[in-house]
Design a binder for this molecule. Structure first.
Ligand code: NAD
Length: 483
């Protein structure tokens, strides 16, 4: 591998990573004429330099994946699973190194980065086991015939991923695509390119050349890949990008698999312990500095608990101050702060936080806003930062109606002592996931259909193997007698 680490310019202490792309099993620098530099969001030190792949290089990576597809789809499923298992072990062995890179690029504390990498390793191992037992059906037709529903790999899968949990998210899509016999062109986020590059360096050697390819760069590179002759575009990222990808897929006929943004509501019902509810709300809104697709984005608190809940939430925010890293970069921080300032101008009250600190980095404090209304962007749109906007509601019915009224449909949480409220919420909320009395958690293997602007298809769980394969009905009639 020709990938290298180089020293940075005088004055910088950390080594800056220069990364490369991969096609046909060969590493090379990108030739797209554009270079991007990633800075550490803690202190603005440059950490990664990436040369974007050109349109020709994207086409070359797709052609490498296309050439490798027949050979890889012909490998027995158990052998594909074994390859993925050994790739998982390689990622596990490099977890510390990968965690340091991720933390440098997107600011997640190293310990949390390591945990999220190990979650990704677990996902690779799950798909290594599930792939070989992914099965079709036999059908009951004419007893002299054989009728089957079988499946086959879709072909070339473009895997386009975000930065907020870069390894775990990529591992799910890469694992499911590869184990089912597809070949892949991966484009990691331009905000975590070295994390994606190092992951591919660890995984690709366990597969034949051309089975896993890597292109680097930002939105235009992703757009070139989404418009290329691939069979599936699997995108995890913002809803706006998801819509652009769906349009590109409509033109080429590729399948679009989209796991996109959310604006998840949290309902705090009358009768709950306000301190416990505040701890749940804070975990949902502030974990990973609010940069989780299923972060709590807007809170509807019943007026019977509103005041003690908001006071306890402010105390929780204080506690979270020292536990979170910075936002991924200043571009995101500006967008978060913009939403907060607009809300304040429109009448929201700052209970805690609400202003970006001076100094280097992309830090933003855990922020609590009260007296919010649904016309504020902070309640209507995804706010990818540690912001907990609270609105008062007079009844559980009002909370449900307002929670359901959203252009997104990823997940929702209800904190309640009432079984009938819990059941009603589970039934009526138009989201892929409904959680009762816990903002995070859930059984392993849960996979849901996101609704509305939050995406389409199963992005997780055993069902992702169905998404990565195409089902074929085979009818084998008995030959005429006498043959
Ligand atoms: P993003 O959509 O801006 O970027 C994600 C990827 O798409 C990147 O690799 C980017 O380069 C690429 N891209 C950008 N424009 C493109 C285009 N026109 N065509 C093709 N590719 C393009 O999202 P982001 O800011 O990196 O990630 C944050 C978003 O991801 C949030 O909205 C978050 O909710 C969402 N997310 C969703 C899930 C989920 O499972 N639903 C999980 C993690 C993150």
């Amino acid at each position: 591998m020709a990938s290298k680490f180089v020293s940075v310019a005088a004055g910088h202490t950390a080594a800056m990573r220069e990364i490369e792309q991969l096609a046909h099993g060969k590493w090379s620098p990108g030739n797209g004429g554009r270079e991007l530099t990633v800075v550490n969001p803690r202190d603005d030190e440059p950490v990664t330099r990436v040369a974007c792949s050109s349109d020709e290089e994207v086409a070359e990576a797709v052609s490498a994946a296309r050439s490798a597809a027949p050979g890889w789809s012909g490998v027995p499923a158990a052998d594909r699973g074994a390859a993925l298992r050994s790739a998982a072990s390689a990622v596990e062995a490099a977890a510390d190194e990968l965690a340091a890179i991720m933390s440098d690029e997107m600011g997640k504390p190293v310990g949390e980065a390591r945990e999220s990498i190990l979650a990704g390793v677990g996902t690779l191992r799950q798909y290594a086991e599930l792939g070989p037992v992914h099965r079709g059906r036999s059908l009951a037709g004419d007893p002299s015939a054989t009728d089957l529903m079988t499946f086959e790999p879709r072909g070339v899968v473009a895997v386009i991923t975000p930065w907020n949990d870069p390894v775990a998210v990529a591992c799910g899509l890469l694992g499911a695509a590869l184990v089912t016999g597809n070949t892949v062109v991966h484009k990691p986020s331009e905000r975590t390119p070295a994390t994606g590059w190092r992951l591919v360096q660890l995984v690709a050697p366990h597969f034949p050349a051309g089975v896993l390819n890597l292109v680097n760069g930002d939105g235009p590179v992703g757009a070139a890949l989404a418009a290329a002759p691939v069979d599936v575009v699997a995108h995890v990222g913002s809803s706006a990008t998801g819509r652009a990808i769906a349009a590109a897929c409509a033109r080429t006929g590729a399948k679009a698999l989209l796991e996109n943004g959310g604006c998840d509501p949290l309902i705090v019902d009358a009768g709950v312990d306000p301190r416990w509810a505040a701890a749940q709300a804070a975990l949902g809104a502030f974990a990973n500095a609010g940069q989780i697709c299923v972060s709590v984005e807007r809170i509807y608190a019943h007026r019977a608990v509103l005041d003690p809940f908001v006071a306890a939430l402010a105390e929780e925010a204080e506690r979270w101050q020292s536990r979170i890293g910075p936002l991924v970069d200043r571009r995101l921080r500006d967008a978060v702060d913009d939403q907060v300032q607009h809300a304040i101008k429109a009448g929201a009250v700052i209970v805690r936080g609400g202003a970006a600190p001076a100094g280097p980095g992309a830090w933003y404090p855990p922020t609590v806003l009260a007296e919010c209304t649904d016309d504020m962007a902070v309640m209507r749109e995804e706010t990818f930062g540690p912001v907990a906007p609270v609105a008062e509601v007079d009844s559980f019915d009002e909370a449900l109606a307002r929670a359901a009224d959203s252009p997104y449909g990823l997940a929702a949480t209800v904190l309640t002592r009432s079984m009938s409220h819990a059941q009603r919420a589970a039934r009526v909320l138009p989201t892929g996931t409904v959680k009762v009395n816990a903002v995070f958690g859930g059984a392993p293997g849960g996979a849901a259909h996101p609704r509305r602007g939050s995406g389409q298809g199963f992005g997780y769980g055993p069902e992702l193997l169905d998404e990565m394969t195409a089902t074929k009905v085979v009818h084998l009639a008995a030959p005429p007698t006498g043959w």
